[in-house]
Design a protein around this ligand. Structure first.
Ligand SMILES: Nc1ncnc2c1ncn2[C@@H]1O[C@H](COP(=O)(O)OP(=O)(O)OP(=O)(O)O)[C@@H](O)[C@H]1O
Ligand SMILES: [Mg+2]
Length: 306
């Protein structure tokens, strides 16, 4: 997959403090990249750097395979973003707001506005004054505006802030639809672990200005799976019995007589009983594995996200 965004040693200092510190992040085409970090971690600053709102103190940014420096206009045209609160003309309706923006930016034709309003689920509300919109509707309108010039990459800073669980779910659905139907790549920041985990296929964790880890959701899920760890007298025989008698396929032999079984978590007694009945002694048995929350706590040295 081609690289949409790559930062090299990206750094932003304010005075003595590096609020973004040597960040190397990679977003590939088709990614929904979740940029996760606590308040003050450096998310907004990083996104402002990427979208050219502020300049790095050190390091550089590559967008669509080209350095931003020297190609700023050309590459930024391919990005849509909501980083600051989008301002609207509150007395005007959604359609007129988008039309003004379209003309100001000298973009596309008029007809595309209804398409975009339909894509974000606002077509039925397009004649309603924006001042009567709910927060969720305003977010959708902001997204519509960011989509108006058909960007390939959408950069959104905490787009679900202030929404209730229903609104968050709807926006999540919208992002997935835009990613699947329009092939848009997303870079979305959040301080909510659960939200990012449900949406992103790749997660970058920023903490005190440093990117601690970039991890695929699948790898993260594997790392945070629970299992029963069993120390047995005969590892090979135990594996054979698990497969034959309990139809277990989801296990690994961890060496030194230890098996990790990812199934039957609710019935450890069934495992020990079956092994013992078939001549394998169980020396130890313990339910193990980090929860997602534990995993992040370890990574950030015990500090919570939210
Ligand atoms: N213009 C500035 N001058 C000085 N310090 C700044 C400036 N902008 C941001 N900072 C500092 O940089 C750090 C990171 O801020 P940033 O807004 O990037 O964090 P964030 O991860 O977006 O946090 P939040 O979740 O609260 O939005 C904070 O300590 C903030 O005070
Ligand atoms: Mg922020």
């Amino acid at each position: 997959m081609s690289c949409i965004l790559r930062t090299h040693h990206l750094t932003k200092r304010y005075g003595e403090t590096a609020v973004v510190n040597d960040v190397n992040m990679t977003v590939k085409a088709g990614d929904i990249y979740g940029f996760l970090g606590a308040n003050g971690a450096g998310k907004t600053t990083t996104l402002r750097l990427i979208t050219g709102l502020i300049r790095p103190s050190a390091g550089d940014i590559e967008l669509f395979g080209a350095p931003v420096l020297g190609n700023k206009k050309k590459v930024l045209e391919r990005i849509g973003s909501i980083i600051e609160h989008p301002g609207f003309y509150l007395n005007l309706n959604a359609k007129d707001n988008l039309e003004i923006h379209r003309r100001l930016m000298g973009m596309g034709n008029k007809e595309c506005i209804d398409d975009i309003l339909a894509a974000v689920g606002l077509l039925d509300a397009k004649k309603q004054a924006v001042k009567n919109y709910s927060l969720g509707m305003k977010q959708r309108l902001g997204i519509a505006r960011a989509l108006l010039h058909h960007p390939e990459l959408l950069i959104l800073d905490e787009p679900t802030t202030g929404l209730d669980p229903g609104g968050i779910k709807e926006i999540r659905q919208l992002f997935l639809e835009l990613a699947n139907k329009r092939g848009i790549t997303f870079l979305i920041s959040s301080h909510l672990l659960s939200e990012i985990e449900q949406l992103a296929n790749k997660i970058g964790i920023i903490h005190k200005g440093s990117l601690l880890e970039e991890i695929d959701r699948e790898t993260l899920r594997k790392k945070t799976r629970h299992y029963i760890e069993i120390k047995v007298t005969d590892e090979r025989k135990a594996a054979f019995i698990l497969e034959q008698k309990l139809a277990t396929t989801d296990y690994v032999a961890a060496g030194s007589g230890v098996l990790r079984v990812y199934e039957h978590l609710e019935q450890p007694d069934r495992i020990s009983f079956t092994l013992a009945n078939n001549g394998v002694g169980v020396k130890e048995m313990v339910l193990s594995g980090d929860s997602l929350e534990d995993y992040f706590l370890k990574l950030t040295g015990g500090e919570r996200f939210a």
